[in-house]
Design a protein around this ligand. Structure first.
Ligand code: CO
Length: 151
């Protein structure tokens, strides 16, 4: 395992649409393991593949109840709204208010290609929306209705 460099929002790759994962092999697992180590080292709650330079559709998150690995994720249902503060490991020092669904249902594959669904709410739902956006090249600042002062 290795800690990978987290790219800054200024990098082109963070504004591109990622391609689906087609091979669930050791290369993918190594990328996932590296991302988990990188996330832990940076005290974040989520990390998407393009943030470490991989233009593929997957992310990891850990909002405090265990690591989730989501490959080729899709949000298949949304309910309610929540408004709250959001930041991004690729945008150090930047914070903004973003409205997101209160609850989402995520459909994705695990690291072996097996499909699963996950019902999430609150911070987990926010994180899933934020990370899924990354796979389409969308950063939270583009969704924010208000940017907060840098601290
Ligand atoms: Co982010």
């Amino acid at each position: 395992m290795a800690i990978r460099t987290i790219l800054n929002e200024k990098e082109d790759i963070l504004h591109k649409v990622c391609r689906p994962v087609t091979e669930f092999n050791e290369r993918l697992w190594e990328q996932l393991d590296d991302m988990a180590e990188t996330l832990e080292a940076s005290n974040g709650v989520g990390l998407a593949a393009p943030q470490v330079g991989i233009l593929r559709r997957f992310f990891i998150m850990d909002v405090g109840d265990g690591l989730v690995e989501a490959i080729n994720p899709t949000i298949i249902a949304k309910k309610g709204t929540q408004d709250g503060q959001e930041g991004c490991l690729s945008s150090p020092g930047k914070w903004g208010m973003v409205e997101r669904p209160q609850k989402v249902i995520l459909k994705a594959q695990d690291r072996y290609g097996k499909e699963f669904t996950l019902s999430s709410k609150d911070l987990a739902a926010r994180c899933i929306c934020h990370e899924t956006d990354h796979l389409d090249g969308i950063l939270f600042a583009e969704r924010a209705h208000e940017m907060l002062q840098e601290t």
